[in-house]
Design a binder for this molecule. Structure first.
Ligand SMILES: C[S@@+](CC[C@H](N)C(=O)[O-])C[C@H]1O[C@@H](n2cnc3c(N)ncnc32)[C@H](O)[C@@H]1O
Length: 161
């Protein structure tokens, strides 16, 4: 939606959006783009809701212009081959804190391998990548985002070193 709302800014970009999950049923729900009124009013501006969704009974259905921009893939982050990247942005929200420390370390290593050298990574609001030796460090300019430690600018007191 943000990309569609700023066509001039993204002119000339060939943008691919990939949504992955281990669960086929979760992917089916995501692909349908159907939200209850309760779900849709959690943070989406009313203007975007009216522009990009159409009412369908008591639900809101995402319009094809947005829905068709996203490709979905069943993928186990811990074992499956990474989809071809590198990715400029990776959002991985509210998964890492369900994993064991070993699995979390593996997932973070794999995600950072998939990230472009200057790419940005966003975990959930309550997840942190600041474990000692993490390949990802906080980005000083973009709140909530991390980037590859190997290519990041020095960050002073927040750096994992
Ligand atoms: C708590 S939900 C978070 C969903 C969404 N990101 C959000 O913030 O609302 C965690 C999701 O991670 C998926 N998941 C669990 N283990 C996974 C794995 N190894 N690889 C890929 N996805 C996994 C689950 O199927 C579930 O959809």
């Amino acid at each position: 939606m943000m990309i569609a709302e700023q066509p001039a800014r993204w002119a000339g970009w060939d943008i691919t959006i990939l949504g992955t999950d281990i669960s086929p049923s979760v992917l089916q729900v995501a692909q349908a783009g159907r939200y209850s009124h309760f779900e849709i009013q959690r943070g989406l501006p009313a203007r975007s809701m009216l522009e990009w969704f159409e009412a369908d009974g008591s639900d809101w259905l995402l319009r094809g212009t947005i829905r068709d921009r996203v490709r979905f893939l069943e993928h186990n982050l811990l074992v499956d081959a990474l989809p071809p990247g590198p990715f400029d942005v990776i959002l991985c929200r509210n998964l890492l804190f369900y994993l064991t420390p070993q699995h979390r370390e593996r997932a973070v290593a794999r995600l950072s391998d998939a990230l472009a050298p200057d790419g940005l990574f966003m975990p959930g609001a309550f997840e942190t990548m600041l474990a000692k030796g993490s390949p990802l460090v906080r980005d000083p300019d973009c709140r909530g985002f991390y980037r590859c430690a190997a290519t990041a600018k020095p960050l002073g007191h927040l750096s994992t070193g």
